[in-house]
Design a protein around this ligand. Structure first.
Ligand SMILES: Nc1ncnc2c1ncn2[C@@H]1O[C@H](COP(=O)(O)OP(=O)(O)OP(=O)(O)O)[C@@H](O)[C@H]1O
Ligand SMILES: Nc1ncnc2c1ncn2[C@@H]1O[C@H](COP(=O)(O)OP(=O)(O)OP(=O)(O)O)[C@@H](O)[C@H]1O
Ligand SMILES: [Mg+2]
Ligand SMILES: [Mg+2]
Lengths: 165, 160, 160, 165
């Protein structure tokens, strides 16, 4: 499968280094309310370059950093690394395995990494667009949004189609 | 550009009718580009859905589950015409009844041959078509933790 | 008028804290009237919720289920301070996990001593606290039909 | 219990005369997607005087009338009658049992009835307000709206409270 792994550390409720290893086909994710399932989906959006606070359920860039709990102290950085299998060159880059990383600091800055090397947001966006990962609305369908297209005005829906198709 | 849009749109429209018929177990559906004659701004995209046995009505009158099913049909149509490498679905089956979840799970399974899915769900029928299951829980320290599960580990309650 | 509002508001606020602690099995919650000092327009109502073990955060960061549970707590608080004769709840438990549905069903049962509820639901745990069960189905002619059911008639699937 | 019965005829998918007999306590209503459960909830809102098309998922007043199906012809009228037990005089009217009725015709007009006798909308509103049935948001909690208060601005929430409390 093209989706290999997601590593999180300090991203929302994922205070400790956590790894999701994905298999081809269907990976089900289950768990109680508030346990972190949608936070994981947010992390995928975020590492793919999402800039909209609304889509991430945040109000400022550094809201994605673990703010602490009653037993744990806040952290200073959030990190997400998505590893993809580029076996058939579906991503326009000369590597068999590609990792895309993003870090956020309390100061508000975000850093991007491609295969561990510093990159600019536009490099990430360009790389992903080449692999059809630019259309964020098709790649991550957020909780409560599956029927969003039905509430849009026809012109707004047209816009959505032009991005997706 | 306009040419490419209209080719993709026609293909997506055909798949949308097929997916709606599959997920609703009947009825009909289509996508249309408004030509401006019916008082709508020209160029907008109209969604038309008629569940089995019912008469064509406004989209706003559909039930919660019918809206979710239509949204899934539209998503699957776009994915099958222009596949993405992977797709994260966050509780898209929340409003579906048992029969509709079953059809959703089957359609998902077929699509998963070409697209890797990560499906966040509380529904057993959806979990049952998964190849891998992850459990996310909250520790006492209010930190997320992930564990690999097998179907036998999934709690048997009304929702998983 | 202002007096009556503030008395009712204080009572609802107390119940809101109690209901959140009951439904979340811990944590804390409160309702506040903005005094204008924190940059908010004065007089507005702030909702503050802290699930067990977590730190106080923006309302927007709550999960789908946590938001639904908070909404239920607010509703039950208002109903218990100023009861209405009856209340129709349409799938308010849709986003809740098994543990939360159980606590919701218990709180609902207690309130039902003074208020008649009509609860539209797909969840077994909610159906199990009902005194009466109605099934609504669609005939082949696409017309709604109602039948009286007993718990034994309710299908055993992942959702009812 | 105070809530006795709801009779529907021609209201949305309730083409045939249909009766819900309610018992005290909790009445669960279950069934498949699109079967008519929320339509029943809409009927309660409607008979209590709801005027907002948005709350009723309609665009015009006559959208509540059964529009027909592939096997059945459209109807010309929608009717809902709610019967309440007034045993302790919680409704300010001198009857032990009170029925509130509403009819809609294709022409767009609505008729109201109290105990079968023609009434004006304001009579119904006054009667219901006296029985604490005026605050429609507390009496019928629509599908998908339980967390609506969380998305409102604080001032809008204040307005909601003042109506409810
Ligand atoms: N930066 C952060 N630091 C700590 N906790 C956070 C942070 N951001 C969000 N949270 C917490 O994450 C929780 C929400 O997690 P999430 O939305 O992933 O739940 P979920 O598993 O999807 O639940 P549901 O089944 O209810 O949808 C909230 O309790 C919220 O307070
Ligand atoms: N005036 C009308 N005439 C005929 N059918 C109508 C009318 N108004 C709405 N409908 C139909 O009613 C159906 C929706 O019913 P309803 O919302 O009650 O479903 P539901 O049982 O609540 O389902 P869900 O579990 O998905 O929420 C739609 O298929 C819609 O087309
Ligand atoms: Mg979630
Ligand atoms: Mg419904």
């Amino acid at each position: 499968g093209r989706l290999r792994e997601l590593r999180l550390h300090g991203f929302k409720t994922f205070a400790d280094p956590t790894r999701f290893v994905f298999e081809p086909g269907i990976n089900a994710v289950i768990g109680p309310n508030g346990s972190g399932k949608s936070n994981m989906a947010d992390a995928v959006r975020w590492v793919l370059g999402e800039q909209s606070n609304r889509s991430l359920r945040t109000r400022r860039g550094d809201d994605v950093i673990f703010t602490g709990s009653q037993q744990r102290r806040p952290q200073g950085m959030a990190e997400a690394i998505l590893t993809l299998d580029n076996f058939d060159g579906w991503l326009p880059i000369d590597f068999g395995e590609v990792s895309i990383g993003r870090r956020a600091y309390r100061s508000g800055e975000s850093e991007y990494l491609i295969n561990g090397a510093p990159a600019r947001l536009r490099d990430v966006v360009e790389l992903l667009a080449g692999g059809r990962l630019g259309a964020n609305e098709l790649v991550v369908v957020g909780q409560g949004t599956v029927d969003a297209a039905l509430s849009l005005r026809p012109e707004e829906r047209r816009q959505l189609f032009e991005e997706a198709a | 550009i306009g040419e490419r849009f209209h080719t993709a749109f026609a293909a997506i429209g055909r798949r949308f009718n097929e997916y709606c018929r599959l997920l609703f177990a009947g009825g009909s559906a289509s996508l249309r580009v408004s030509d401006g004659t019916d008082g709508e701004a020209p160029g907008g995209i109209e969604i038309v859905v008629q569940p089995p046995g019912k008469r064509l009505q406004r989209l706003s009158m559909l039930s919660g589950g019918e809206r979710a099913l239509t949204g899934v049909a539209l998503l699957f149509s776009m994915l099958s015409v222009n596949p993405v490498p992977f797709c994260i679905l966050d509780e898209v089956d929340a409003a579906l009844d048992e029969a509709n979840i079953g059809r959703f799970a089957e359609a998902l399974r077929t699509l998963s041959a070409q697209i890797d899915f990560v499906v966040i769900t509380h529904n057993r029928a959806t979990i049952e078509v998964a190849d891998t299951i992850y459990g996310v829980t909250m520790t006492d320290a209010a930190v997320s933790r992930v564990l690999s599960l097998r179907l036998a580990d999934v709690p048997v309650g009304a929702t998983a």
